[in-house]
Design a binder for this molecule. Structure first.
Ligand SMILES: O=P(O)(O)O[C@@H]1C[C@H](O)[C@@H](CO)O1
Ligand SMILES: O=c1cc[nH]c(=O)[nH]1
Length: 286
């Protein structure tokens, strides 16, 4: 176990077990992860309020304050954790988290990535629930290099969970949501076919052809963590989902042009859906 994980373990076990022992709740644990520490803090406060926990949640503490690599907050049976950007960053956090879940003897854990993404051929603001993560060649797999070998891992997400989330989304007004493939890339610019990075080695026509091919391969959004997230959760037997809002339609352009207010509302959509889902699971819905 790494030093970061070891130093967290005792404290984490204490807080988690307290949550699990709450008589009003089932012994279910929800772990929600997303890129930005601020967004995951906001989510922790939001879910604290949605679950009707004591106080307004604004004094919530970062359990991982000892390191600035990621933040972790706990609201009742929900852990809210940031993972930074990209596959290497989320993969380190997941290794440490999964060890913590194991040592804390957690059972019935549902883990959901709530993030942002670029859409393909769908209205910005649409929430995409991933059925399977694909790589930049549209292959449903994650390649993990181990020693000098490439190990291919399955990137299937939990189908029943995806369908439950879709059903839940239908109960929220004006909430465009669909299930589709998510393409996971190693880069935001050239890796996602953007023409507006510091480097660009292809034409607008080549970019459009690539994104059209992705659409035909049933890719509906692009982000940077889903493949390793799906692969690790699948191997460790964790029920997992990826729920990302689309900030733009990549068939229309590369730049995110909506106002700050609109983007803030978009980013709240996965949080709103997951809050409604968690409340339902805890049988708190009226
Ligand atoms: O969870 P977030 O919204 O941070 O995820 C996406 C994918 C990349 O990490 C990042 C790129 O802007 O946003
Ligand atoms: O286009 C986008 C938007 C958010 N995140 C991505 O990875 N790509």
């Amino acid at each position: 176990m790494s030093i970061a994980a070891a130093s967290l373990c005792g404290r984490w076990r204490a807080v988690t077990q307290t949550a699990l022992q709450r008589p009003t709740m089932r012994s279910t644990l929800f772990v929600c992860v997303g890129g930005s520490p601020n967004r995951m803090r906001d989510f922790a406060i939001f879910i604290h309020q949605e679950l009707g926990l004591d106080g307004d949640g604004s004094d919530i503490a970062d359990i991982c304050a000892g390191t600035d690599r990621y933040s972790m907050y706990k609201a009742g049976p929900v852990l809210s954790i940031s993972h930074g950007m990209g596959i290497p960053s989320i993969s380190i956090m997941l290794h440490e988290l999964i060890k913590l879940l194991h040592h804390a003897k957690c059972r019935d854990v549902t883990i959901i990535r709530i993030g942002t993404s670029g859409g393909i051929g769908i209205e910005p603001g649409t929430v995409v629930i991933t059925d399977i993560a694909v790589d930049a060649f549209f292959r449903p797999q994650f390649e993990q290099v181990i020693l000098d070998k490439v190990v291919i891992r399955n990137t299937q997400l939990d189908q029943k969970l995806a369908e439950s989330l879709l059903r839940c989304s239908k109960e929220i007004d004006d909430f465009p949501t669909l299930i589709g493939h998510t393409m996971c890339t190693y880069d935001f610019y050239e890796g996602q076919g953007r023409l507006d990075g510091a480097l660009c080695s292809f034409s607008k026509e080549e970019k459009c052809e690539y994104l059209q091919k992705a659409y035909i391969a049933r890719v509906r959004n692009i982000e940077m963590e889903s493949s390793v997230f799906a692969a690790m959760c699948h191997l460790c037997g964790l029920k997992a989902a990826v729920v990302c809002v689309t900030l733009l339609d990549r068939l229309q352009g590369d730049q995110i042009t909506h106002s700050h207010g609109v983007l803030t509302e978009f980013q709240k959509r996965p949080q709103k859906l997951i809050s409604s889902f968690i409340r339902k699971q805890l049988q708190m819905c009226t």
